[in-house]
Design a binder for this molecule. Structure first.
Ligand SMILES: Cc1cc2nc3c(=O)[nH]c(=O)nc-3n(C[C@H](O)[C@H](O)[C@H](O)COP(=O)(O)OP(=O)(O)OC[C@H]3O[C@@H](n4cnc5c(N)ncnc54)[C@H](O)[C@@H]3O)c2cc1C
Length: 500
């Protein structure tokens, strides 16, 4: 492939956001766009190069992973923090649960001074992303007996049946989640946004190209340094958009001299611009699960379901639930999961997960060298807020999950809680067992320039630099009350609309 020496816009990373940004720019402007992706480009939807597990909507996060682990004692040390390294980014190996959150999330973003981000203003961009990613409801026949039972049981415990889980103004509710899976295949952001423009002459996608840093001259970004085919390569661009995700976008800025300049100098990186927010404000929804052996009836029903030719989605039912801390909207997700056991006899077990959807705790991410191949230190900072509010909400989620599991209809299918799980009770137990929900955000926070912890403005432009943007999950100031793929897609749609 001929690698261009110059382009109008260069996008770093082809994940959910990068695919949308590059695809939209290449279709709406008569301008050249180069998209650099560290992982492989497997081509369009029907290309035989696609690894089966990345296409299979029932398999989550198995291959093509960056291999990040948590470095924090808050949350499990060395806990895997999955992030996909392939065209489509995490949208190529995620659960495809397509959830929007609550109006409170986006009205809060706007209240921080991010004009144009109120719930009313973001709605059209959610609708656009939903349509392009071909989000759909499961048909009745696709809902597993396990998840049908879960919805009924949760309703019986007093959670109302949701009319539309993605109604931003709905408070509590339980139902089967919408998904972006078509005929069993994960319809990732690259299929949705890049396939239509792959051949239009404006877009160049270069896979297996690891971006090291951005070269800056005064208040301008002028070029990108990347390792392509094992060679250091320089590409100049009039506009550079970093969409490398919550873990890599801050690393690229730091390696470019943007961040805490004192710390960067110590690593031998020439400092360019002091932006203290780069790498801070890291957060995700802390979660927890309780586990069940599953009854013979569960195994029988699931086997029959599979023998009838249906695919098995481990995650389908989701409840938006209020803890006693919550006065408006909801603050918990409850999401049961089932799968075959590891003992190989074809039996099924299950777990009920709960996640705190309004975490106050914040972690951080730091690079340890200027080498793009070295991993950052990722401290999730889970459950570290001063008032212990995060842990109290999670504890209530645990109690609600147990109440659900003790309903007669539930016991018939899932049996009783496993002893090692039933021992999770105290705040200390919760701390030891806290998990992530795959939704890290916030490490290049969007906010007004006056807010010294913010990194980009309400259009994704990096403060203090004219033509450098960050557009991905990292700019989300506070994580929405929902899985993050659709919110990230909305963010990209919303900003690219202004850039065109
Ligand atoms: C296993 C898993 C399951 C999930 N399940 C769901 C779900 O069911 N529903 C939901 O809503 N959300 C889910 N999520 C979260 C959701 O997929 C992410 O929030 C979203 O995809 C993030 O998009 P992004 O554009 O910010 O980053 P990413 O999609 O991570 O994209 C970043 C891209 O940049 C590339 N990149 C990074 N660094 C460089 C570099 N230096 N040079 C070049 N390229 C680089 C990466 O390889 C990647 O392709 C899940 C995530 C995971 C990991």
């Amino acid at each position: 492939m001929n690698i261009p020496k110059h382009t109008d816009t260069l996008v770093v990373g082809s994940g959910t956001a990068g695919s949308i940004v590059a695809g939209r720019l290449a279709s709406r402007l008569n301008q050249k766009v180069v998209l650099l992706e560290a992982g492989p480009d497997f081509g369009p939807f029907n290309n035989i190069n696609w690894p089966p597990d990345l296409l299979n909507g029932t398999v989550i996060g198995e291959t093509h992973d960056w291999g990040y682990t948590s470095s924090s004692v808050n949350g499990k040390h060395n806990h895997n923090l999955e992030r996909a390294k392939a065209i489509g980014g995490c949208s190529s190996h995620n659960g495809c649960i397509a959830i929007w959150g609550s109006h409170l999330d986006y009205d809060t973003w706007e209240s921080y001074g991010n004009n144009g981000w109120s719930s009313q203003e973001v709605l059209p961009f959610f609708a656009q992303a939903n349509k392009t990613l071909r989000v759909r409801d499961f048909q009745e026949s696709e809902v597993t007996p396990f998840h049908r039972m879960c919805v009924n049981v949760m309703e019986n415990t007093g959670i109302p049946r949701s009319k539309n889980l993605n109604d931003l103004y709905e408070n509590q509710g339980v139902n089967i989640s919408p998904v972006n899976i078509l005929n069993g295949k994960r319809f990732n952001a690259a299929f949705a946004y890049l396939d239509p423009v792959r051949e239009n002459g404006y877009l160049t996608i270069i896979g297996n190209s690891l971006v090291n840093k951005i070269n800056l001259n005064r208040n301008k970004a002028i070029s990108v340094e990347a390792i392509i085919n094992n060679e250091e390569t320089l590409i100049c661009a009039d506009r550079i958009i970093v969409s490398a995700g919550s873990f890599e976008s801050p690393c690229i800025l730091m390696r470019s001299g943007v961040g805490n300049t004192r710390k960067l100098s110590k690593l031998g990186i020439t400092p360019h611009l002091e932006l203290l927010g780069v790498g801070s404000n890291l957060h995700d929804h802390p979660s927890l699960n309780i586990r069940f052996q599953g009854t013979n009836l569960l195994s029988k029903l699931m086997k029959e379901f599979r023998e009838n030719g249906q695919l098995i989605f481990s995650e389908q039912s989701i409840a938006k639930v209020r803890s006693s801390n919550c006065k408006e909207g909801f603050d918990l997700h409850i999401y049961p999961i089932t799968g075959t056991t590891e003992n190989g006899n074809g039996s099924w077990d299950c777990a009920i997960y709960t996640a705190n959807m309004v975490p106050l705790s914040r972690g951080s991410l730091e690079i340890t060298s200027n080498d793009p191949l070295s991993k950052p230190i990722i401290d999730q900072g889970y459950l570290t807020d001063q008032e212990d509010q995060d842990i109290k909400i999670l504890k209530e989620g645990l109690e609600i999950s147990r109440e659900i599991s003790l309903q007669k209809e539930a016991i018939e299918l899932i049996g009783y809680e496993l002893p090692e799980s039933s021992r999770i009770e105290s705040i200390d137990d919760i701390r030891k067992n806290v998990l992530h929900y795959y939704h890290p955000v916030g490490t290049c926070k969007m906010g007004p320039e006056l807010d010294s912890t913010s990194v980009v403005d309400n259009n994704g432009k990096v403060h203090g630099l004219d033509n450098l943007y960050v557009i991905d999950a990292s700019i989300i100031p506070t994580v929405p009350r929902g899985n993050t793929n659709l919110p990230v897609a909305m963010v990209a749609e919303r900003i690219v609309n202004n850039l065109c």
